[in-house]
Every structure is written in structure tokens, then in C-alpha cells.
Design a protein around this ligand. Sequence first.
Ligand code: FES
Length: 162
Amino acid sequence: MHNPPYDDLRNRRKFLFNSGRLLVMLSSFSLLAGACTNNDDRENRLADLVIEQGKIVLDLNESRYHALNTIGSGLKIEITRQEKPLIVTRVSETRIAAFSSQCTHAGYEVLLPEHGILVCSSGHGGAFDLEGRVVNGPARSNLPNYETQLIDNRVHIVYPSR
Ligand code: FES
């Protein structure tokens, strides 16, 4: 037997219940989409870099790497969002150095060189030279470095792939 007001109430409840389920499904989907975006970002960052035979290659004729044409200068290269950037410095006419920007004292990021010295951003007083070697504590260990070669104005960095 039909009871119109009762049916109407039941239909409304059903509608609200289904709408709620739809909302939950939509928000789960957007969370998943967010996770995919992060992965895509990671791949995009790696794709920004030129990799040849497993080495990162920086062409110093490209404007984004021009800082490396000046002795005493440096730049940071972001490999992924998950790790602190790599610091690359011009040590001499023939030498380029590459090392982690993660301070060996407490993990803060090390800043780019000024007057040949790279200061830790923590304010603890740690400082490093253009090769990432400690010149002032409390950091006791040098910054982990990576082998480099400078060939025809292109820097080749042996950076382990993750
Ligand atoms: S974290 Fe760099 S000196 Fe403390």
C-alpha cells in the first residue's frame, strides 16, 4: 500500500545517502589524482635534465647553466622533489665540482657560494669550500660529492639513479 509522504521521505533519504557516497568517491579519486601528479612531477623533473650514458650532462652554453662559466660561482640542480638539490660549482678553469646540498651536521640546506664559501642555512655556523669540504663546524664531514668531468664546455656528473 502506498503512503506518498512516507515514500517521499524514503526517496529523499536514499538520494542523500547516494549523494554522500558519490562525494566520498569523488574525494578519494582526487586524492589518487594528487598522488599521480606527484609521480608525474618527479618524472618531469628528471626529464628536464639531459642524461647521457647514466650521467647528468649540463651544457654550459645554455643560459640556465651560465653561472658555471664563472670561477667561484655555482648553481643548484633539483633532481627530485624528495631530495635536497645538487650543488654544482666552478672551482677552476678546468674543474667543476658537484655535491649534495644537505648539510652533514643536521641536514639543513647549504647555500650557494659567496666569495668561495658555501654557508649552511641553519645558522649553526657550518661552512664549506667550493668542493664541499668543511671549512667551519659544527659539521665534521664533507658534503657527499659526485664525480664530474668537463668536456667541450659540457659537465658530466656521475649521479646515482634512484
Ligand atoms: S645543519 Fe649545517 S651546520 Fe648545522
